[in-house]
Ligand binder design. Structure first.
Ligand code: SF4
Length: 306
């Protein structure tokens, strides 16, 4: 069983030893998840006007950004986006909405979209904020495969990035999704000003929840947000963090999501070299992604396959 000090040792790996750390992380990945790459895709189904104050988020009303603002998309449009994701080779398609929690009238529309996606042979996922078990159960009954709800950061750092809801509320929703029998997709954002100790605290908390899938985001500071002046993590630290997650979550699908294109640039192969086995294809919530062809080439170049 790895300890907090093992985690810190990984994050403090000297540059000269980094290639060996990454090789070991790949070895762990290949042993547990094989050569399978997990590709996810999302639709920003309800954008902006969020009353929460998450410091990194372009959709919060507390920040001045140019993010589009719109109410929940109609069901047909969500399903169309799911079909595009399917054609692009995504294994999982997530309906993502802004806000603390989706109101009941919107939940009804999402239930309908989930049913239609399931019929179309698409594995539906959703990220609808803080939900109770009853709503999660209804989503599962409609055919939802997976619920996405990040811890975002370490409990000890959480008040620095959000004051309008608590870490405990986030953890409770993640636990409720698991208890309902849904697959859980739960990760966080690294590089928001937290310490290395807090990065280890986050990975330990995620390991305790044992999600099937772990989205690992690296802060891409968005103009107008409270974290706009944060210096993005250097590439070597991104690699150390991916390796940390692989060592502590050996058999999980670890996908590098936000920040990949902006922070890694021409070296996005580092995602797989450091031990991850997936990423998001297509666009993000408020920023654009690579072309689908470029992403498939990255997967193939790493010796992985869909
Ligand atoms: S992360 Fe979610 S809850 Fe927080 S401000 Fe953005 S949309 Fe709202």
């Amino acid at each position: 069983m790895l300890t907090k000090s093992d985690g810190l040792a990984i994050l403090n790996t000297p540059d000269a030893e980094l290639p060996e750390l990454m090789r070991q992380a790949r070895e762990i990945r290949d042993k547990h998840t094989g050569k399978h790459a997990q590709l996810c895709s999302i639709v920003n189904a309800k954008s902006g006007r969020c009353p929460e104050d998450c410091a990194y988020c372009a959709q919060s009303v507390y920040h001045r950004t140019s993010v589009p603002e719109y109410a929940l998309l109609d069901t047909a449009r969500i399903v169309r986006q799911g079909l595009i994701a399917q054609q692009n080779g995504a294994h999982c398609f997530g309906i993502v909405t802004s806000g603390r929690a989706l109101p009941p009238e919107d939940i009804k529309k999402v239930l309908e979209a989930v049913r239609l996606l399931k019929v179309a042979g698409i594995a539906p996922a959703a990220s609808l904020g803080i939900l109770n078990k009853d709503t999660l159960r209804r989503l599962k009954d409609a055919g939802l495969n997976r619920y996405h709800h990040n811890l975002e950061t370490a409990e000890s750092f959480f008040p620095n990035i959000c004051t309008t809801h608590t870490y405990a509320e986030r953890a409770a929703t993640a636990r409720a999704a698991k208890e309902t029998g849904l697959e859980l997709c739960c990760g966080g954002i690294v590089g928001m000003g937290e310490t290395k100790e807090q990065r280890v605290e986050l990975v330990l908390a995620i390991a305790e929840l044992s999600p099937e899938s772990v989205p690992l985001n690296f802060l891409n500071p968005i103009p107008g947000t409270a974290l706009r002046r944060i210096q993005p993590l250097p590439r070597a630290d991104i690699c150390r963090t991916i390796a940390l997650f692989r060592f502590f979550l050996p058999d999980k699908n670890i996908g590098v999501m936000g920040g990949r294109e902006q922070l890694l640039g021409e070296e996005q192969n580092l995602v797989f070299e450091a031990g991850a086995n997936g990423f998001l294809i297509g666009n993000y919530l408020t920023t654009s992604g690579n072309s689908v062809e470029a992403d498939h080439m990255l997967v193939a170049a790493a010796g992985l396959h869909r």
